[in-house]
Design a protein around this ligand. Structure first.
Ligand code: PSV
Ligand code: MN
Ligand code: MN
Length: 424
């Protein structure tokens, strides 16, 4: 299924008057309007291949209809998202959930839809049917060299798939850890992980990066070998310039000050990028901005401030990706909502009066500093995002267009009502 531009234009036409009124209202107070619109148009967030089907939990999975049955259909779904919002021009593959054996035709299909391939993700947290060794007790940190070798080999294979697709980064998340005190020697587990990562690092092409994701718990509940940003940063520093720390918003214990972590990783030149999602308890993988949009805004405040201080291009200097999936929403609608939430936080951060904030900080005017941030946060920036999307050929209101065009029912007709997406 592909959405024709004229269909989006027709829908935009119906919303045009209201949009114009709302846009003029916000735009009147924005000093750097052109800059904000240009930055919003340049900004894209990658879609993970595993988010296009209904996620499910270990207690059950309730399939939606018309889910993609193959990698090609997942790419088509990302094409739908990108056609509507003009902000999702890449897809991130998890291997072996998706195996791009036919790289050329996959690449062609993606290019036809205006898409390219973001980071490739390896998977050594599940046993594969034909694998000689089990990851029951870990992968890159495993006590057995043969298991480590198998996991290293898998990562190198993922790099090779990525090379064929034009990816430029390998994203590594390890479930390695322990469930009980005494199970593991922490220092040795860390050192083995470092050695294994070094071998993978050595196989990276010159223009590639390795992104090291951390997570405090789950599936292990006593220790995780790369459990927090300190452990990830330690590894990234030991490995070298191509290695950096990936921040998945759901991978923090409750109330962690994620924005402060982001600020310092940026300062060190070691912020690889993001897996965006939201959570109330743990790694909930909920829709971005659905629980704590203020935190998301504060993260973008640090990003914009920190990137500007270092002269970094917002859109391209780090990796932007969603990592969310769950049981109860249409995955495409969910992803449209996530991208929208990220763009809202970004646009609000672009509106912060940075000079006034700096002055308030220097003068210890705490109340004014808070006012300045909240002034930006409380601005309804949705018309700015709609305008940026319109100018880029997208929809003024992607979700309502998606419903109006009746995409899901068309997908059900094409793919069937009972479909199970490959992946999670
Ligand atoms: C682990 O919880 C994680 O966040 C990693 O990024 C995985 O690759 C992804 O989820 C898979 O769902
Ligand atoms: Mn993640
Ligand atoms: Mn996660």
């Amino acid at each position: 299924m592909q959405i024709e531009k004229y269909v989006i234009d027709e829908h935009n036409h119906q919303l045009a008057k209201k949009h114009q009124r709302n846009f003029e209202h916000v735009a009147a107070d924005v000093n750097n309007l052109d800059n904000v619109l240009t930055k919003l148009q340049a900004f894209n967030i990658a879609i993970p291949s595993w988010a296009l089907g209904t996620g499910g939990t270990r207690f059950g999975r309730f399939s939606g209809g018309g889910e993609p049955r193959s990698l090609e259909e997942k790419i088509e779904d990302v094409g739908v998202i990108h056609a509507l919002n003009r902000s999702s021009n890449s897809i991130s593959l998890h291997i072996p959930w998706d195996i791009p054996d036919n790289a050329n035709s996959i690449k062609q299909l993606a290019a036809h839809l205006g898409l390219h391939f973001d980071a490739v993700n390896s998977n050594t947290f599940q046993d594969q049917a034909d694998a000689a060794h089990s990851y029951k007790y870990g992968s890159l940190h495993h006590v057995d060299k043969a298991v480590r070798a198998q996991a290293i080999e898998h990562n190198i294979q993922v790099i090779n798939y990525g090379k064929e697709l034009g990816s430029k980064a390998l994203s590594v998340w390890l479930s390695d850890g322990s469930n009980f005190p005494g199970q593991l020697n922490f220092r040795e587990a860390f050192q083995r992980t470092q050695k294994s990562l070094q071998e993978i690092y050595n196989a990276l092409p010159n223009d590639w990066k390795i992104w090291i994701e951390y997570k405090p718990f789950e599936p292990n509940f006593y220790s995780t070998t790369i459990g927090d940003w300190g452990q990830s940063l330690l590894l990234a520093n030991k490995l070298g310039d191509k290695a950096a720390t990936l921040v998945d918003l759901g991978h923090h214990l409750p109330n962690t000050n994620i924005e402060q972590i982001v600020s310092l990783l940026l300062m060190e030149g070691k912020l690889a990028g993001f897996h965006f999602n939201d959570s109330k308890y743990g790694d909930d993988d909920l829709t971005v901005g659905s629980i704590n949009p203020y935190q998301l805004f504060l993260i973008f405040n640090e990003l914009v401030e920190g990137m500007d201080a270092r002269g970094m291009e917002h859109a391209t200097s780090i990796g932007w990706m969603i990592d969310a999936s769950h049981n109860v929403k249409d995955p495409i609608e969910d992803l449209l909502q996530s991208v929208q939430a990220i763009k809202i936080a970004y646009a609000q951060a672009l509106l912060i009066d940075t000079e006034a904030l700096k002055a308030a900080q220097q003068g210890n005017d705490v109340a004014l500093a808070q006012e300045i941030l909240q002034q930006a946060y409380r601005t309804d920036v949705r018309p700015l995002i709609a305008e940026a999307s319109l100018q880029a050929g997208g929809s003024l209101d992607p979700i309502s267009a998606y419903r109006k065009i009746d995409v899901r029912n068309n997908l059900i007709k094409e793919r069937g009502l009972k479909t199970v997406a490959t992946g999670l």
